[in-house]
Design a protein around this ligand. Structure first.
Ligand code: NG1
Ligand code: MG
Length: 525
């Protein structure tokens, strides 16, 4: 199978035969040989192929992908490899999963013989659930591509050996890396080696995979994991269609831009905390969009990521009604900056700031009963709350979307600026993003704040949480010249203080300099 880029602007052949290894991390070849050997020793035969998908770090733009505003992540070297042996069609189609890390216990199960969907129980937290998510979306893809073959027949069975080095619960998207590698593996196991799947399609089919384990996520992680390019940040747009455009970091005169990733070591289990954290935020921004729509007497299109409408749709509807601009925002940065700035004024003057909205308040604002409100907004995914902070959440979303556009402008029109000016301006945007995540979105934590404080005091230009937050990882903008100074300050003032005897190997995994890496790929063995 070839993972082609035909539908995106990215170039990278994905079959090992025409493999450009330049963009891949130096450590990958030995790891691929090792996983092939490990597969042989546990399954007694050579795997047919190895699929790979990396983790990601988001430079700026958190908690806005699910309302369809653009984000700026990059794939990282840490990744997930799946070595796969495909069972013959005569065998009972079963799946065996073995993970190199013994904390993920071996799993084995049969696939439904009639081609029906495999069941996933989101109330059970188990690594095989993520496998099943990847399998399910790949199966749906195969059913639409080859209905005669897959509509009522089982998928091929697989023996899989998994090896990953993306920290779990660390905000670097180990879940997306696993799901994307699995989806790629399932498609490869059930098609011929010249079947083509584009990166855009692989991203599209994996975007909603985690919904099956109960997380109402957006599409940033999958886009970054699949479409990553070495030396480039990715500008990921979700509307009018999914598009990942690589941008090279500007070259500095005597130095180089680098990013440090530092893990708070506070593990945030997204599935368990979703009712008060992630999914609740999705509800809050959805209610905010509808309250604003009702105040300004506009209708939301409801054609975007969220069934009940997004803040981006509110922006378009408002613009159409009050400025006579019926075309939705097309992603143009200048136009976006004007529209988002106006949205911030709109939020300021029309949403209640203080206590937030009770169910009663929200129902009144939406002119519906409390029961109708609960039915429409609170049932798809479980949530728990006392008050919905509509003002704070909407203000974060519009200001964060604005910062992404300002960051993009800096990346693309830097020539006239000096290096120092660029670093400071980009860093300021990251710092403002952190402040907004903390004070308006409530997704930071004391450990994140501490890492950001230490990094900035020791020369980082910008520091922020990355990904969902509530723990997990932080990202810091540095240059080649001061990277070591910032890294060792973090090591001494955070890790060595809190975890007295942290082995140096673990320290290297907790705080490291990261380069943009290549996205998903497949090695035929
Ligand atoms: P992480 O931190 O990788 O789980 C999550 C969402 C993203 C995005 C960010 C916040 C999943 C799989 N991913 O990322 O879609 O919303 O939070 O920007 O839940
Ligand atoms: Mg995740």
């Amino acid at each position: 199978m070839i993972l082609s880029n035909e539908l995106t602007s990215l170039k990278l052949p994905m079959s090992v035969h025409s493999f450009d290894t330049k963009g891949l991390p130096a450590g990958l070849r030995p790891r691929v040989s090792r996983i092939v050997n490990d597969f042989q020793s546990v399954y007694g035969q050579t795997p047919h192929f190895v699929s790979r998908s990396p983790g990601r770090v988001n430079l700026i733009g958190d908690h806005i992908d699910y309302v369809d505003f653009s984000v700026l992540p990059m794939a990282i070297d840490a990744d997930l490899l799946c070595a796969v042996g495909v069972l013959s069609t005569e065998d009972i189609p079963s799946i065996t999963l073995i993970n190199e890390d013994p904390k993920f216990a071996q799993r084995k199960f049969d696939l439904p013989l009639d081609g029906s969907d495999i069941s996933i129980d989101p109330s059970v937290s188990d690594w095989s659930n993520y496998f099943k998510c990847g399998l399910l979306v790949a199966q749906q893809h195969l059913k639409t591509q080859f209905p005669q073959k897959f509509q009522e027949a089982p998928l091929a069975g697989m023996e899989m050996y998994v090896s990953g080095n993306v920290p779990t619960g660390g905000g670097l998207s180990s879940s997306a890396a696993f799901i994307c590698a699995v989806a790629l593996a399932v498609i490869r196991s059930n098609t011929s080696s010249n079947y083509k799947v584009s990166k855009q399609v692989l991203t599209q089919i994996t975007v909603k995979a985690e919904h099956y384990v109960g997380v109402n996520n957006g599409g940033m992680d999958q886009a970054a994991s699949v479409c990553g390019e070495s030396e480039h940040a990715l500008y990921v747009e979700f509307q009018p269609q999914l598009k990942a455009t690589p941008f090279k970091f500007p070259e500095l005169q005597n130095s180089e831009i680098q990013f440090i990733i530092a893990n708070t070591m506070v593990v945030s289990n997204k599935v368990e905390t979703a009712p008060t954290n992630y999914n609740l935020r999705v509800v809050e921004v959805t209610v905010a969009a509808n309250v604003l729509a009702s105040k300004f007497k506009v209708a939301l299109q409801r054609t975007g990521n969220l069934e009940k409408g997004t803040l981006r749709e509110f922006m378009d509807a408002y613009y159409s009604r009050y400025h006579g601009v019926s075309e939705p925002w097309d992603g143009n940065a200048e136009d976006g900056i004007i529209r988002l700035t106006e949205m911030l004024h709109v939020v300021e003057k029309s949403l209640t700031q203080q206590e937030g909205y009770s169910v009663q308040d929200a129902a009144t604002a939406l002119q519906c009963s409390q029961q109708e409100f609960a039915r429409d907004y609170l049932t798809n995914f479980p949530v728990r709350f006392e008050a919905l902070k509509l003002y704070q959440r909407a203000k974060h979303v519009f200001s964060e979307a604005l910062r992404v556009l300002l960051a993009l402008k800096l990346l693309t029109s830097r020539k006239s600026e000096g290096d120092q000016r660029f670093l400071e301006s980009f860093g300021d945007l990251m710092n403002e993003s952190q402040k907004s995540c903390d004070t308006l979105y409530g997704c930071s934590c004391p450990e994140t704040d501490e890492l950001c404080r230490i990094a900035k005091a020791n020369g980082a230009y910008g520091s922020r949480l990355t990904g969902a937050g509530w723990g997990g990882c932080t990202v810091h903008l540095v240059t080649r010249d001061n990277a070591e100074q910032v890294r060792s300050a973090l090591a001494n003032q955070y890790y060595r203080k809190r975890f007295r005897n942290m082995p140096s190997e673990e320290l290297r995994e907790a705080v490291f300099i990261s380069k943009p890496a290549q996205g998903s790929c497949l090695f035929e063995i």
